[in-house]
Design a protein around this ligand. Sequence first.
Ligand SMILES: NC(=O)c1ccc[n+]([C@@H]2O[C@H](COP(=O)([O-])OP(=O)(O)OC[C@H]3O[C@@H](n4cnc5c(N)ncnc54)[C@H](O)[C@@H]3O)[C@@H](O)[C@H]2O)c1
Ligand SMILES: [Zn+2]
Length: 358
Amino acid sequence: MPTIRVEAGRPYSVHIGTDVFGLFNSEYKELLDSADRIVVIADEKVASLHLGHLLPYLKSYKVDVFNVPSGEQAKSIETFMDCHSFLLAAGCSRKTLILAFGGGATGDLAGFVASTFMRGIPYIQVPTTILAHDSAVGGKTAINHALGKNMIGTFYQPEAVLYDIQLLKTLPDHEWRSGMAEVIKHAFISNEQWLDELLAVESFQAMSDPELMGHLEKGIAVKAAIVEEDEFENGMRKFLNFGHTLAHALEAHLGYGNITHGEAVVLGMAYALHLSSNDRLNPFLEWGYHHGYPFEKVVEISFGELLPYMKKDKKASKGDLNFVMLRQIAQPQMEKIEEQAAANSYEELRLKIGEVIK
Ligand SMILES: NC(=O)c1ccc[n+]([C@@H]2O[C@H](COP(=O)([O-])OP(=O)(O)OC[C@H]3O[C@@H](n4cnc5c(N)ncnc54)[C@H](O)[C@@H]3O)[C@@H](O)[C@H]2O)c1
Ligand SMILES: [Zn+2]
């Protein structure tokens, strides 16, 4: 079973496979035995689909399940408080163990709950989306504020990540697209040969288990290596934001939920490649078009509509437009771009996309 060690804070392992939950009764038995109870914080949709697969592995323990709203709605202050109320009413203590069961949204929420309940209790990430190969690793936890996404949170590493790829089979098409976007992002910033392999994938859902596992393992390894170097995002962790300056603006402009995060990131990576004069732009546009990424949004939305959001990006400093540029594959660098140059490049990209999607 592919296992990646993450040496951030207290070291932990990410296990990927088709039978990972058996580890609850072997490698993690001691941890589970030492907990006074286990609380599964579960995305309600994931719970209805897959709880029946998880719970049998926990049958010798005292387990409570707390369902939270599916997806991004989980990251509200109300749901956060509901989790704390549940834990308190159930008599949980510092010895309680939380399992985060769902996509990145549930993982971010449950991690934040774990980091704040009684000043911090242990948790295990049990991600159920492709995108969560990214979000479950690295220890960033968060909920949203009305004035901004992910504005309230902590850095808090899990005890382990148990990633069962069987659960991914029920993901809808747009969630495959969203997750594979972050996978190819990891390839862009780290490994040209792997990028070529991904650009050759015909159908995400038709990938074999070993092929999918291989891509997820590589993606997690890239994320883990960067997080180890820069746990608290002072330096190279920013490279993980390749494509994200424009993506965050698109998500904010369209309203969260109207485009998935990863779909927005693909559009943002196309823009960053264009800004960087990278000759991989054309094959990338063709790949993205083939897989159904919503490039038409770039044609429909003007630069002026996105600019205010790009200026507000929490990674921006003093109103400059900051981009992760990629002049060469695997060599990301941060650059400030003048507003006018950024606007011109966006217009050129719109024309180019107009030609591809005709
Ligand atoms: N902490 C980090 O470092 C980090 C990094 C990237 C993204 N994020 C966060 O992750 C979140 C996005 O994560 P996500 O894309 O996993 O989205 P998500 O958790 O919102 O899940 C997306 C949708 O898929 C459904 N779903 C989940 N697993 C499923 C399954 N196996 N089968 C069928 N449906 C399933 C969910 O109910 C939801 O409707 C955002 O809130 C983002 O801010 C965090
Ligand atoms: Zn992202």
